[in-house]
Design a protein around this ligand. Sequence first.
Ligand SMILES: [Zn+2]
Length: 384
Amino acid sequence: MSVASGIPDFRSSNGLYATLEATKLTATPEQIERIQSDPSYSLDQHLFMENPLPCLEVNREFILGVRERRWKATLAHRFVECLRTKVKNKEGEGKLVRLYTQNIDGLEDQCEGIGHERRIAVHGSMDEAECATCGARMDFDLFCGMVKSQIKDITGRDPSAPAHSTPIVCESCGAATVKPSIVLFRSRLPEVFFENVPNDVKDIDLLLILGTSLAVAPANSLVMRIPRSSMRVLMNREPVGWHLGLDYDSNDRDYFAQGNCENLALDFMESLGWLEDLKPLLDQGEFPESSATLLREHLERLKKQKLEGQAQKQFQSEIQPQDQPQASTLELKGQEQNNFQSEIQPQDQPQASILELNGQAQNQFQSEIQPQDQPQASTLENRS
Ligand SMILES: [Zn+2]
């Protein structure tokens, strides 16, 4: 979901692990050797309790970048936000029960419509800080100030960084073990996952699964915990989750929309008539560059198609003689219908993944996320 934001990931060929120069870390020769053979050891719980500095040094740029909002929420994040703000139940409450994310970048929190309490960061989040010894939270701004002034920059990009690192001490227990609230390797997952899942899954009718391999437990267990009557829609590059019982060929509850999260989110939001809502965010520069370009292209094409449709209709009504026989009126109606269809169905659209769902699935999906008791018109009214 966050790839389009340009945020550095850990495991790609130019990610944090691949580019990590272990010898620059403040660590013993044994620790450095171990990190060289396995870079993920820099985020190991046992190492952190022994020596917290490698973890803080590896994550320094990431932590400060999150603080500065260097990376922006993507179209996929905004799609989830719309699921909360635009799909309401009878009481006017957003229908989105919860966003469970395995991402640690905290980008969901830029989407105020989702609401912080509705996001569960299963692997923790880089936009909060806590003590690994006593669990006390530290104010994130305070933590970032300390990271900036106490932790050296192993990338060499920040001239204001200190030459040597000193650990960040907990205000509550005095241990030098304050860290971003991410789940380190060989440590427990946040309780918040186990506390909320049983209640969250009870009554849901649709599980949307975005951009994941579904390989990592326990987040992947959600696909098995929901009621048997619930639909499961995977939006992903490849069909995954067969080992968990997802079956896009024979289960009529499982659907696969193929593509990257950005294009898929755009297609779904276009089909649901939500794209115009994103205009203010686009104008305020709230999207990463690639998402903004994609959205701008989509909006411009929609506008062009609308104008062309209007011009054609006007032209046709001007040349249409008043006293023409019934038959040609019928012809025109056919033409108008085509215009209308091309307006709502862009011809040159990239292989829209929603189109890969068959008609029935698409209708079912739309009726799932479109409030049953609300006529289409009021959705459109809400937009303006
Ligand atoms: Zn503490």
